[in-house]
Design a protein around this ligand. Structure first.
Ligand code: SF4
Length: 462
């Protein structure tokens, strides 16, 4: 497969729609409060009865952060008081026990991911305690599992990194965003380059199997020149994977962003220049573009999975674990069991009140209809493989593509005329020019988005 991307300014400007990132389809906006914990239990029971039940992927949400980053759009609780986490850990352990007893004993866990917030807000013994709970209530395959944690470099040192490795984590993701001090100050996330490099080196010394760094472009005080230095630093650090996210300034939706000086944001032209530079530099440095902000070294599992058609997409982004059921625990966490999604309550008070009655903490969700599953399959294939085999799809689903998607065809033809895709009766293939715009292509298959009058709740692509 040709993984190159071509940067085409005109096309990017024309197709830069605001749209979902499709870590799920349908997106969380479609979840309904009619869905409850009884529905969830039924789905888990049904999944236990499958001839070959899916492996499990566990997600733990740790919502605490020490300081606020002004660009933040996440659900988090900002406090300097470490003791605030203690009651939450006890509740999380209760949820782990409740969830664990729903799944048949022979169902293996092959993936764990801790996200936030800041998982490393917790103390070492608290992280160990939660890891023990997971081992106690789930059957975790320590031989072949991928166990990842998101780390704020400001919260760790060499010793803590070693401790995480000893607990079984073998994948680590560092939130860096930018190495430039002015940019860091403008977003209230100040971290020294030496400290970042030291903990990345510690992860390497402790044989983490995969190291990821997150960067962000479009932040205040960034210019192509400053970001080039950050890219140089990241290339020197040589992570296995890199995510370069677009900062979407939406202060009306995300309160912390109101503290960002809008006048210091790069102009749309500068943002495009930063993006172009990023792509060119990372490709020159040998990174492969996976899709949707993600790059990886050619030897990385994600690249190999993309080449052999087994790449998948879920709430943590791209994944090699296509068939896992996702059991997500902690406030706001979203699970996926079979063909349904469910989300936990949003506040610690609600979480506590549910668990006090020994109840699961789900407050909304969705059971997918066949049409949802079909469209999810199309979006996943386009996002992961960069093509859609129309003939295979027609055979599998017993549909005639042209008839089923007649409302979408004129837009697809327009995209084909603009060389974002090639379109034949057999296949849709995303071109090198279209790869950055995969989200706009996928949006054509989103039934719910078409029904919506506005897409203001979503960020733009670039
Ligand atoms: S960006 Fe991450 S570390 Fe910063 S406030 Fe948001 S969740 Fe916390």
């Amino acid at each position: 497969m040709n993984n190159k991307i071509l940067f085409n300014k005109k096309l990017i400007q024309r197709y830069d729609y605001a749209g979902p990132r499709y870590t799920s389809y349908p997106t969380a906006k479609q979840f309904s409060t009619d869905y409850n914990d009884a529905d969830y239990k039924n789905w888990v029971e049904a999944s236990n009865e499958d001839p070959i039940p899916a492996e499990l992927s566990l997600y733990l949400h740790i919502p605490f952060c020490d300081t606020i980053c002004y660009y933040c759009g996440c659900s988090k609780i900002v406090t300097k008081d470490r003791s605030k986490a203690t009651p939450y850990i006890a509740l999380l352990q209760q949820e782990i026990a409740l969830q664990g007893q729903l799944f048949a004993n022979d169902r293996e866990t092959t993936q764990i991911h801790w996200g936030g917030g800041t998982p490393t807000f917790l103390k070492d013994d608290e992280i160990a305690e939660l890891m023990n709970s997971l081992h106690q209530h789930f059957h975790i395959n320590t031989e072949k599992g991928e166990f990842g944690i998101e780390v704020d470099p400001r919260t760790v040192n060499k010793k803590r990194i070693q401790h995480l490795r000893q607990l079984g984590f073998n994948r680590i993701s560092f939130g860096v965003q930018d190495f430039n001090t002015n940019v860091q100050q403008a977003v209230n996330r100040v971290q020294k380059t030496e400290q970042i490099m030291e903990v990345i080196q510690a992860a390497r010394d402790n044989q983490f199997e995969s190291i990821n760094i997150d960067l962000m472009y479009g932040l205040p005080e960034q210019t192509p020149e400053t970001f080039e230095h950050s890219l140089d630093a990241v290339i020197t650090a040589s992570p296995d994977r890199l995510a370069v996210y677009n900062y979407a300034h939406m202060p009306e939706m995300f309160k912390p962003q109101r503290r960002i000086n809008a006048a210091a944001l790069p102009s749309p032209q500068q943002k495009l220049a930063i993006l172009q530079l990023t792509i060119e530099k990372l490709q020159q440095a040998g990174y492969v573009y996976i899709g949707m902000d993600h790059f990886a070294k050619p030897t990385d599992d994600l690249v190999i999975a993309q080449q052999n058609g087994s790449l998948h997409r879920n709430f943590q982004g791209y994944s090699t674990h296509a068939n896992c059921d996702i059991v997500a625990m902690g406030i706001t966490a979203i699970s996926r069991i079979g063909d349904n999604y469910s989300q936990n309550v949003r506040t610690i008070d609600e979480y506590k009140s549910r668990l006090k009655d020994n109840r699961l903490t789900i407050f909304r969700g969705i059971e997918l209809e066949p049409d949802d599953v079909l469209r999810r399959e199309i979006i996943t294939q386009l996002m992961c493989n960069n093509f859609l085999d129309i003939k295979k799809l027609e055979q599998k689903w017993g549909i005639e593509f042209i008839g089923y998607f007649k409302d979408t065809l004129s837009k697809l033809h327009e995209m084909a005329d603009d060389e974002l895709i090639t379109l034949t009766p057999e296949i849709i293939r995303i071109t090198a020019k279209g790869r950055l715009l995969v989200r706009s292509i996928c949006m054509q298959f989103d039934r719910y988005l078409k029904a919506e009058k506005t897409q203001q709740a979503y960020s733009r692509i670039i």
